[in-house]
Design a protein around this ligand. Sequence first.
Ligand SMILES: [Zn+2]
Length: 439
Amino acid sequence: MTPIAAPATLPRVICDHHAPRPGPTLIAVGGLHGNEPAGILASEALSRRLHNSGGLACGRFVALRGNLSALAVDPEEPSNNPRYLAHDLNRLFREDDTDRTPDHAQRDALRDALAAIEGERTGPVYLLDLHTTSSDSPPFIAVEDSLPARRFAERFALPLILGIEEDLHGLLMDEATARLGAVALTVEGGRHDSPNAVRTLEAVLCIALESLGLTERSWADCFDGREPLEITRAAASRHAHRVYDIRHREPVSALPYEPDPSAEPFDRVRARRTRIAVQEGSDLLSAESGLLFMPNKQRDIRVGDDAYFVVRRVGWIWLRLSAWVRLRPGLHALLPRILPGVRRRRDHPHDLLVDPEIAAVLRREIFHLLGYRLVRFETTPGVSPVRRLARAVALSIHATVVIARNLISRGSTDDAHEAGDAEWIVSRHTLDRAAHGPD
Ligand SMILES: [Zn+2]
């Protein structure tokens, strides 16, 4: 049932601390979802401590409320609040969505607030979008996989999830990177109603202030003598410092949708074997093998919401190698020549057009390694592992021939082309491009 829109009476700004000395700006956003007050409570707690301890050494820390319309339904009892009124605010930050619902009005107001803060910057801008989860998950950070965002995220000792922006469009995190040039992270502090979630998110904010040089004080007194990093590390337990890559996202496609109570985050799941939920009376089985991630256990589940994700662990060798190759500008210029089925996109120097067959096979392993994300593609129906392997072998042989031919003939595959309907577009991460200048 869609709740009735409430007047937005809450103030947008939770707190705003300036130091006389210039420096980085840290923006925290809490309550982008109406039923997730933990980020607001963490920001308020930290703000009180800053007031009592003489404030910042440099730069600015400003915290904002997210969806005021959803938060204002019952400010006294946040657990009564809806996640959103009609549209998930954390999917609305896209240029092609021009609806005018109360959630869209919140998006526009938040955009204006962020632009105003960005306009007053005296250094780099960082954004932490603070959330909580419906299931009892360890805290984690989701990040658009650019090298600056990866470096920032590593400071929190929380598990790091790469690639979420390919499956979820219109995230605030994306908006902050694209419009503000900010290094932006989505932080999930734990289950909505867990007191530990507020504590974890406050520790995350303390680590951010400290690592960006905004404060020089110790925060151990906030956490009973423990450093904030000890708090996040303990909350993440065995997942601390681990990196995972999204392999699959499944949307809710029909109602009623009853999550399987035994399906917990980071449980091992097997393709077509593990039950995640009962959807419209039938078992919904995992589409991929890996680890279950963010199984949807919200009270109010709607068609189109995320049902679940599957992630897999990423090894440190892959991470180091990808950091190395992304900083080789000459390599990006060569890609249309050395990869089969890949061409440069006309008037978009950082985009490539990719044959869908090739993209399906190379998507995770090659394009992510090189620092590209899919920005437009058609999903292909499930392909059996045997057929996928056969196709990969055939493409590898084809690739070798094409590479050899192109190198000998200095081929013409890098001719500029406009995107055809059948082609996938992959684009280099904005922050990676900025990291080593023009290429
Ligand atoms: Zn959320």
